[in-house]
Design a binder for this molecule. Structure first.
Ligand SMILES: Cc1cc2nc3c(=O)[nH]c(=O)nc-3n(C[C@H](O)[C@H](O)[C@H](O)COP(=O)(O)OP(=O)(O)OC[C@H]3O[C@@H](n4cnc5c(N)ncnc54)[C@H](O)[C@@H]3O)c2cc1C
Length: 516
């Protein structure tokens, strides 16, 4: 492995930019072919000696740590302007910090993608890739199941009539997952507590491969383009040293939903008006770069309870409820997390005091219709990216309706046994919040992100001006540049996305092998 050494090799057949969730998988899979030299370029350091990354329960310690890019947004007209968007500058990327709640891609999401021009991403083609995913995924183990969360799950089944699930990812082919309550399937080893990040599961076991070169501590700042090909990737180290790397057959961007469009824009690839404002020449005019930003905004309902909450958990975010709110909906439109510990910082910032003993239910808008964007306003790679989520701005008010629905669902759960007997009062949004307008106002002020940003380099038909990559994941307008990360999602998955990112990377490895 080349780590942060001074003079790493610089020429490869394939250069993957970003050693995150998707990047680790693509590099590991492509380097199975000993004839192919693969470079994996990562901004951050290795996770190998970082117990906060390896032990899944320690993930909160990484938030706002030295690895967290901690992106902020422009002020939000209708949502929370104080969102901290964690992005990990560390091998494994966000799979080194996340709670690894892992879902097999939903057939309903894939149908939607195909409808938006992602030919070949149908369930029949894509779902078999789930069995290739090498990251061990398992239901939260018995010893990690919090008994108070269990009460909430039983109350959810009683109140909403959703099925209790022991597993989520083994539905028969052709059956859509629309509802359920249960402990999640997550990527960890219950005996050691080690997370199944993409780096742990895919990269660590193959670091000795002589044709795989992991180059750490380099941030890509610009792609050099000659004709229709990327000829070099310019990088900078922490100490300011600049270097160039080459992927002679293919360059693959896997820098994530914020940094992949940012790197394209810094390279003159994107909407020409954005490039002009940033003072950059247009290399490829691609109007879709940075557009179509989607995220799961998550509201919160908090109840005071008369129970002591035991310190039992796998990651804290171990269970939840999936349901459909709209009559006849064929896919889930609310996903509720049932954390062990309330994340109440935004609520407390509103002056609400949280009682020591409380239970919270955090519902997100599973299929949001609001669309935001990512852009740059400067040619300086050191300038922060601009992010506008435009939460709750969809013209038909769907997202706001689902936010309010999440609170009303939580109230029904709290009113059902076996939880009801332990509920003292509703702390937030509060028993005096009756109307949809009032619930919405309070929730929109405090909602969280579940860190599921995606969609900013969307895949679609090459003729569609909104597409950034075609369904083979190649950038439209260049011949040797592909994108493999959550930025290519045409729409956000109704469930937590990392399972779909891993499947996407597995599929991408096949597509890349076919053409390089
Ligand atoms: C706190 C948190 C909890 C989450 N929990 C869950 C969960 O439980 N379940 C779930 O499904 N999803 C969860 N997610 C979301 C999920 O982890 C992400 O959607 C997914 O990991 C994104 O993968 P990616 O490959 O697109 O990007 P990333 O994994 O973010 O990888 C991007 C990589 O590129 C590197 N990089 C960026 N820019 C450059 C550059 N210019 N040069 C070189 N390298 C660069 C970064 O350092 C990083 O390693 C969570 C996310 C967070 C932050």
């Amino acid at each position: 492995m080349d780590t942060t050494q001074d003079a790493p090799r610089q020429d490869f057949d394939v250069l993957v930019v970003g050693g995150g969730t998707a990047g680790c998988i693509v590099a590991a899979r492509l380097s199975q072919d000993p004839q192919l030299s693969v470079g994996l370029l990562e901004w951050g350091p290795s996770d190998i000696d970082e117990p906060r990354a390896l032990q899944i329960a320690r993930w909160p310690e990484l938030l706002e740590s030295e690895y967290d890019l901690d992106y902020r947004s422009v002020p939000q007209e209708r949502g929370n302007s104080s969102i901290h968007q964690t992005r990990m500058k560390l091998l494994g990327g966000c799979s080194s910090v996340n709670t690894m709640i892992s879902w097999k891609p939903l057939a309903s999401d894939l149908r939607e993608w195909v409808g938006l021009g992602a030919q070949g991403w149908d369930a029949e083609t894509i779902l078999p890739y789930w069995s290739r995913v090498q990251a061990p995924i398992t239901p939260v183990a018995e010893q990690d199941r919090n008994p108070v969360v269990e009460l909430s799950l039983q109350a959810a089944v009683a109140a909403l009539g959703v099925p209790r699930r022991q597993t989520w990812n083994d539905l028969p082919a052709g059956e859509d997952l629309t509802a359920g309550a249960g402990f999640f399937e997550i990527g960890y080893d219950p005996t050691t507590g080690i997370r199944s990040s993409a780096s742990v599961a895919y990269l660590h076991p193959v670091l000795q491969r002589s044709n795989l070169h992991v180059i750490l501590g380099r941030r890509a700042t610009r792609l050099q383009v000659q004709g229709r090909r990327v000829s070099a990737v310019e990088t900078v180290r922490e100490d300011g040293v600049q270097e160039r790397f080459h992927g002679t057959r293919e360059v693959v961007l896997s820098s994530g939903a914020i940094d992949t469009p940012r790197l394209l824009l810094l390279s003159g690839i994107g909407p020409k008006d954005v490039l002009a404002e940033a003072g950059l020449d247009v290399v490829v005019d691609l109007p879709g770069v940075g557009e179509n930003l989607q995220d799961h905004a998550e509201g919160i309902t908090i109840f005071e309870v008369d129970l002591d909450i035991p310190d039992v958990r796998a990651t804290d975010w171990d269970a939840g409820v999936l349901t459909t709110v709209d009559e006849g909906a064929e896919r889930p439109d609310v996903l509720m997390h049932l954390p062990v510990t309330t994340v109440g910082d935004h609520v407390e910032a509103q002056g609400v005091q949280l009682p020591t003993r409380n239970v919270s239910m955090a519902s997100n808008v599973a299929k949001p219709r609001s669309r935001g964007r990512v852009w740059i306003d400067s040619a300086d790679p050191g300038a922060p990216p601009k992010i506008d989520y435009r939460y709750f701005t969809d013209p038909d008010g769907h997202d706001e309706r689902m936010l309010v629905a999440g609170v009303r669902l939580a109230r029904r759960i709290a009113a059902a046994q076996p939880l009801a007997g332990h509920v003292v009062r509703e702390v937030f949004p509060g028993e005096d919040a009756h109307t949809d307008e009032e619930i919405s106002r309070r929730e929109r002020a405090v909602h969280q992100t579940v860190f599921h940003v995606c969609g900013t380099c969307r895949m679609g038909a090459a003729e569609n001006p909104a597409s950034v990559v075609d369904p083979s994941l190649r950038l439209i307008g260049l011949d040797n540049l592909s994108i493999v990360d959550a930025s290519v999602f045409p729409t956000v998955t109704a469930v937590n996305p990392v399972g779909t990112v891993m499947v996407l990377a597995e599929r991408a490895a096949d597509l890349l092998r076919q053409r390089i």
